[in-house]
Design a protein around this ligand. Structure first.
Ligand code: GRF
Length: 201
């Protein structure tokens, strides 16, 4: 199995979806070996502990050079023999030295149908506020590879979600998480791990 690290910053509902899918035998090609939180307050660390997955905080220090932070992150990934990284609500911009070291081995879940409502400044509730502001009738979520362009890597999977009359950003965010993010991400982890382990397929 491919040793996989899930990088988190907040509540960890996407992490939980991955952990639940793993427990249900739906991710046979990946071992969820480590959870890396960008801050010690992330409830996602509680979820990891409950699932018996080691958790660690790797926080970018104020004023720390982005490359130095990247080197610290890479050291943790290498020490833990990580072959696949999954950004699940991770809010720190990944340094280029990490992206280069893990080319086509970093996944991200974004809460819109890329290329809509993505890129710099589009994260969390802001994405859904922009979708409601624009008046789209359909939104959704995207799993994509991470490259040096924010939300710019190759698209792996997408799932559409209806925008309903009366939706607030919070209601829409919850529907997108339930109907799209938590479905797409575990499946994308399995598919990507399977392809990395069986390149001939
Ligand atoms: C969600 O809005 C998700 O779309 C984005 O990060 C937010 C928090 O996710 N990727 P989680 O509950 O921490 O997984």
């Amino acid at each position: 199995m491919l040793r996989t690290a899930v990088l988190v910053s907040g509540g960890g509902t996407n992490l939980q979806a991955i952990l639940d899918a793993k427990a249900a035998g739906k991710i046979p090609h990946a071992e969820i070996a480590l959870v890396i939180a960008s801050n010690g307050r992330a409830y996602a660390l509680e979820r990891a502990a409950k699932a018996g997955v080691p958790g660690i905080v790797v926080h970018k220090e104020k004023g720390e050079a982005i490359e130095a932070y990247g080197e610290r992150l890479l050291a943790v990934l290498r020490e833990n023999r990580i072959g696949l990284c999954v950004l699940a609500g991770f809010l720190t911009i990944l340094p280029e030295n990490v992206i280069r070291a893990y080319d086509h081995r970093i996944l991200n879940i974004h809460p819109s149908l890329i290329p809509s409502f993505c890129g710099k400044g589009f994260y969390g509730l802001k994405v859904h506020e922009a979708a409601l502001e624009r008046g789209v009738k359909v939104t959704g979520a995207t799993v994509h590879f991470v490259n040096e362009i924010p939300d710019g890597g190759g698209i792996i999977a997408q799932k559409a979600v209806a925008v309903l009359p009366g939706d607030t950003p919070e209601i829409l965010q919850r529907r997108v998480m339930e109907e799209a993010e938590w479905v797409l991400l575990p499946a994308a982890v399995e598919e990507t791990a399977r392809k990395i382990e069986n390149p001939e397929l």
